[in-house]
Ligand binder design. Sequence first.
Ligand code: SF4
Length: 298
Amino acid sequence: MNVLRPFDPWRNPLCTCPPKYSFQPYTGCSHSCLYCYATSYIRSRRSKPKSDLLRRLRKDLRLADRRLIVSMSNSSDPYPPEEKELGITRESLRLLLSYGFKVLIITKGSLVTRDLDLIRRGEVTVSVTVTTLDEGLSKLLEPGAPPPSERIEALRKLSRGEVPVSARVDPVIPSLNDEPRELEELVGRLADAGVSHVVTSTYKAKPDSLKRLITAFPQEASYLKRIYREEGLKFRGYRYLRKELREKLLRPVVKAARYYGLTYATCREGLTSKEFFNAPSCDGSHLITLKRRGLNLA
Ligand code: SF4
């Protein structure tokens, strides 16, 4: 396989994702989120299309297992601003669907609605990440991504177009976007936009992303350093917060999801009790099956 790779080949014991492929049309990511983990191993900061992408994808698709869904994408956004001109995600999606693959699109790019015509035709679900309703905070945290209001409108448009949609409320970062009332309001807005599943997780620190956050929010520097570097736990190259703190941060999200009748899950937290996880899949890929069966997702 060339550009289509098995997801999580390292078998993270905390990963609850179903077996799937991972496919990224771009390397690097122009959304430039401060908390991004991918920058620790991908040097390029701006989105660059992979060379000879479509030919390589076509080759992989001939050999790939059609029973597995394709997740697009996990370490770079498939709808960065560059996609408007380049259209390589659109062409990749067209190809994936023509080979009969099911697709989970994960993005912060409202440009995804441009491809509604293709998305509607295939077995596709879309997951849009929204970390806060605070446009100013989002501008600092995710400077290259569309504002939260645009992302929520994208979800609404997709949902009205009968596309099953979920949202990622992640990462929740202590002292930045962890205000319980705001998280509850955010989930309410997502439900109103037609989302039927929410996945959430806490920020897991990598040395470079923690440094960026500390530099951008100097007033939180000593707190963040203490809870991650001194009190946090090392796990697979990340620093995790203590479990009680992670539960506290995610509780408002799952509580609100329950209130609005959404399914919910946590991502790589080891929190799999009913309180934190009640969905058939964490990543929202189960919505594809529901769509195929023609079930009402509202
Ligand atoms: S959108 Fe995702 S891949 Fe892109 S910078 Fe943000 S966190 Fe990283």
